[in-house]
Design a protein around this ligand. Structure first.
Ligand SMILES: Cc1cc2nc3c(=O)[nH]c(=O)nc-3n(C[C@H](O)[C@H](O)[C@H](O)COP(=O)(O)O)c2cc1C
Length: 200
């Protein structure tokens, strides 16, 4: 069982970083192997260059895939489960994670391939879990329709058919952390079972 965590937050003093630490210790206790793509710590390039656009924008599969993107493809190839962990910023993921999708979901790999495609095609990942921390409460995000739109974009579009089994967990109400922290930690603990039971 291999888990890949795509983590996106710039600060080690953040609540999202605390959640990451808790997630790591939960996986360690369950003896589940994991690796982390910490996008800020890696200084992962998330702007597409004009040169890269020549490949992506025109589906020119003869052009090379950048090395850092290939490394992410290799991590995905090994993963039985991918967890995306980030804070909600303006009702979506931070721009840096959006840029990971822009570049890592390259044409001919994550979409736009056909039977004659000679490039490596993204495998179907058995399990995808999206975890986001949010200042607003879950109730409020549901009431104003933002929770549904975040689910539509992350689960239906970005994870899409590339994942067999997927879910989104919103750890809301972080404006009042004391009130929600223990529920959030219980939710993170329950992730172990979700990963172990992914084929059920
Ligand atoms: C730039 C920015 C935009 C934010 N936008 C939202 C938002 O649209 N909805 C929301 O519920 N919380 C929003 N928040 C609050 C964060 O989701 C919250 O601070 C985070 O989940 C937990 O805090 P952390 O940064 O300590 O990890 C925003 C915070 C920042 C810094």
């Amino acid at each position: 069982m291999n888990v890949l965590i795509i983590y996106c937050h710039p600060s080690k003093t953040s609540y999202t970083y605390e959640i990451l630490q808790y997630l790591k210790s939960t996986l360690e206790k369950a003896q589940i192997d994991f690796e982390i793509s910490d996008l800020y710590a890696m200084n992962f390039q998330t702007d597409m260059t004009a040169e890269e656009y020549m490949r992506e924008g025109f589906a020119n599969l003869e052009l090379p895939i950048p090395e850092d993107v290939q490394k992410e493809h290799q991590k995905i190839a090994k993963a039985d489960c991918i967890i995306f962990l980030y804070p909600v910023w303006w009702s979506d993921c931070p721009a840096k994670l959006k840029g990971w999708f822009d570049r890592v979901y390259s044409v001919g790999y994550a979409y736009g391939y056909n039977v004659e495609c000679k490039t490596q095609v993204m495998k179907t990942v058995p399990k995808g879990i999206v975890i986001c921390t949010a200042g607003h409460s879950n109730e409020f995000l549901n009431e104003i329709g933002i929770a549904e739109s975040m689910r539509n974009i992350m689960l239906d579009d970005r994870l899409g058919k590339r994942f067999d089994n997927k879910e989104m967990i919103i750890l809301g109400g972080t404006i009042d952390k004391e009130k929600v922290a223990s529920i959030h930690l219980e939710t993170i603990q329950s992730i172990e079972k979700k990963i172990q039971n992914q084929y059920n």
